[in-house]
Write a protein that binds this ligand. Structure first.
Ligand code: ZN
Length: 355
């Protein structure tokens, strides 16, 4: 179902999407001690390719959210930048993640669906995908009498971070946990580190759906620097693990739409193309001119040499995916640099032993 007033003006919709996107990065003013250094001038900012229509989801309502059905009694809610999900059951609601940018709209979305279907709108459980504040920072809104479930490392990391907005999970698991409540079944699993050490797979066997957050953002390239993934090789491998599950609907935790198996395949090809480009660049780009130019300034030589490698690897990928994956021209270069470093440092490719 769609939210009650989803036919809002495009300007309102894009404004709200932008506010959520801005909330996702550290506040510049706070970092600068409360004062912005320079007034931004829109005219001097760079231009990028238009976003393909296939990357955009439904319009948000006047309150800034869209809620829709994924399958049967499983729903998703988005502010166009972040996503959460919830399952209505005969005994209450199970919520999956609580992004602070959606915040109080989570309960509004649940109330709307529950009222339309005549079921309880009381959240009884919150399942955590991983410990990051941008996906859990509204957890405390649901009070202390909710059962929170997450990976053992989610509990460990949240205990260290000690953020009152993100209460630690009451129930934890190491590799697998099946949540049975109100006649429903949800399978949680940990298949190794990827985006974070604790990032978990949330499978809905009765709803033909997989939720895996911060790995594949359907029809968008990853956020800056390969989504800041802590384990690069683990993150590259994660989509194949996701594809091994049976599902039709994918909840990626970000942007305004759900994903399909085709979306995940396109994303896998994009990453494979970056890897192939990096491997070519490691051989094709000659370091000599960079070291000749910069002499004893080793960092200047390395910076410019690696920039040339990244440009060599990323340029054909950007060209190929413009119009296919949104923002390919924005973030492909920074992701290519991260993958280049992982190929050098984690895999040892191009490592040479002094004779
Ligand atoms: Zn994250």
């Amino acid at each position: 179902m769609s939210s009650t007033s989803s036919a809002s003006a495009p300007n309102r919709r894009s404004f709200l999407a932008r506010s959520a996107a801005v909330a996702a990065v550290p506040a510049v003013a706070a970092l600068a001690g409360g004062a912005l250094a320079e007034p931004a001038s829109a005219a001097s900012l760079p231009d990028y390719a238009p976003i393909p229509k296939s990357a955009l989801g439904p319009a948000v309502n006047a309150q800034g959210y869209f809620v829709g059905r994924v399958d049967k009694n499983l729903y998703w809610v988005t502010d166009s930048t972040y996503q959460a999900a919830f399952l209505t059951t005969r005994d209450g609601v199970v919520l999956f993640d609580a992004p602070p940018t959606i915040g109080h709209n989570l309960q509004r979305a649940i109330d709307e669906v529950a009222a339309a279907n005549g079921v309880s709108s009381k959240v009884t459980h919150i399942v955590y995908s991983h410990h990051h504040a941008d996906h859990l920072g509204a957890s405390s809104l649901f009070g202390p009498n909710v059962t929170r479930i997450g990976h053992a490392d989610t509990r460990r990391l949240l205990a260290e971070e000690n953020d009152p907005a993100r209460p630690v999970p009451d129930i934890t698991f190491d590799t697998r946990y099946t949540l049975r409540t109100g006649g429903e079944r949800i399978d949680l699993a940990w298949h190794g580190t990827n985006h974070t050490p604790d990032n978990s797979y949330i499978h809905f066997p009765g709803h033909d759906t997989l939720m895996l957050v911060d790995i594949v953002l359907p029809r968008w390239v990853p956020y800056d620097s390969f989504n800041l993934n802590e384990d690069v090789q683990g993150s590259i491998a994660a989509p194949a693990t996701a594809m091994a599950y049976p599902w039709t609907h994918f909840i990626g935790g970000h942007m305004g739409r759900l994903g399909t198996r085709d979306d995940m395949t396109v994303y896998q090809r994009y990453v494979d193309d970056i890897i192939a480009g990096v491997k070519k660049a490691l051989v094709a780009v000659d370091p000599a001119p960079f070291f000749a130019k910069y002499g004893d300034n080793s960092w200047a030589a390395v910076q410019q040499y690696q920039k040339a490698q990244v440009d060599y690897a990323a340029a054909p990928v950007i060209k190929k995916y413009l119009g296919v994956l949104a923002a390919a021209d924005v973030y492909t270069a920074s992701t290519t640099f991260v993958i280049l470093e992982s190929i050098r440092l984690d895999l040892g490719t191009d490592s040479q032993v002094h004779p």
